[in-house]
Design a protein around this ligand. Sequence first.
Ligand code: PXG
Length: 454
Amino acid sequence: MTSNNPQTREWQALSNDHHLAPFSDFKQLKEKGPRIITHAKGVYLWDSEGNQILDGMAGLWCVAIGYGRDELADAASKQMRELPYYNLFFQTAHPPVLELAKAISDIAPEGMNHVFFTGSGSEGNDTMLRMVRHYWAIKGQPNKKVIISRKNGYHGSTVAGASLGGMTYMHEQGDLPIPGIVHIAQPYWFAEGGDMTPEEFGIWAANQLEEKILEVGVDNVGAFIAEPIQGAGGVIIPPDSYWPRIKEILAKYDILFVADEVICGFGRTGEWFGSDFYDLKPDMMTIAKGLTSGYIPMGGLIVRDAVVDVLNEGGDFNHGFTYSGHPVAAAVALENIRIMRDEKIIERVHAETAPYLQKRLRELNDHPLVGEVRGVGLLGAIELVQDKATRKRYEGKGVGMICRQFCFDNGLIMRAVGDTMIIAPPLVITPAEIDELVTKARKCLDLTLSALQG
Ligand code: PXG
């Protein structure tokens, strides 16, 4: 523990003595002590040492409308006083969840007018898996159980979520994936495209879906799930050829398509959903994160009317959570969506800040460490390489981690996925704040390069 600040040291001691942090090496965290974030406003965080940090990750891809909006606190407080909790089991409901389901239907793609609420994105995907299998069973095709997913996709951390995800380091812990989930290649040209052009590689990667459907047998396949743009996998923007070819394959075979919109949903691409951006027409969409701007946990599954028509014939769906459609979360989500609409936040991303961020980020292409800059909307990735021409990485140096540490130390949160630096700032980031982000990113790239050479 390195801090000289007694208050920081006290909190770090509590962490050591009592807290088990997600996705962390417990022992290593004890040695170092966590950074303590105490408050936030707009796109900025402050830590217990008094440092101001530009949050280039919107928390964990979720704080769409920025930190510190009193309206959301007021909505939660009002709802807590009126009806802090009631469940949706046993044929009851409450106003906030019904109003929220309507508000989501209004912004969702055409023909998607029903929502099943959960407490998180992972639970949304667990719900999806059970609902897909239930759907096919009602249709008299109970063998259509297999879900096809993609390597290096992220769909959550529950047993089903981590199985659907294609993170091998998650599968290694606890015998995952569970049966009935299979994975195909991801459309990650920069890392896996070899000598193919991005367009050729996009077709190749999409064709893996058809090969897998034929291998498993279409009578056994229930659904294909994918993020429109892989987030946690490293902001992987598929080549332009990818989604059109996937759509052709989906049209050919009788399987459901699930868009995991947990990151892409609620404005991240400059459209309400990533499915709007790529015109995907999914049967189901998993949502969370931006739904409440992260102010309170909530997730869900938006379901196409034609699927609901079948589910309506199936009797009880024996699935649900204590906190499905929690009234306080629903009230916060409603207010979050109202702000996004009234303040035209997504329109501004689309017309102004996304083009500006993408232009400014691409200026980093001239940096000796940078092999590729890519992005869509307010998502960006910077690939760090040793050799730009061959896309060769610095092997075994942990360049991404070095860069991430420099970012932390210089007032910027930029995440590292291996040697890919990624950003997803709050949707309310201004052009001046984008300038600050890019200036700091360049400085940290310079520092990383010096560290590698030194
Ligand atoms: N789907 C996607 C596409 C996600 O990004 C989930 C589902 C699961 O949501 P919950 O609410 O159960 O966490 C996610 C979550 C990271 C990181 O390191 C990303 C997520 C979660 C934790 C870490 O980028 N995404």
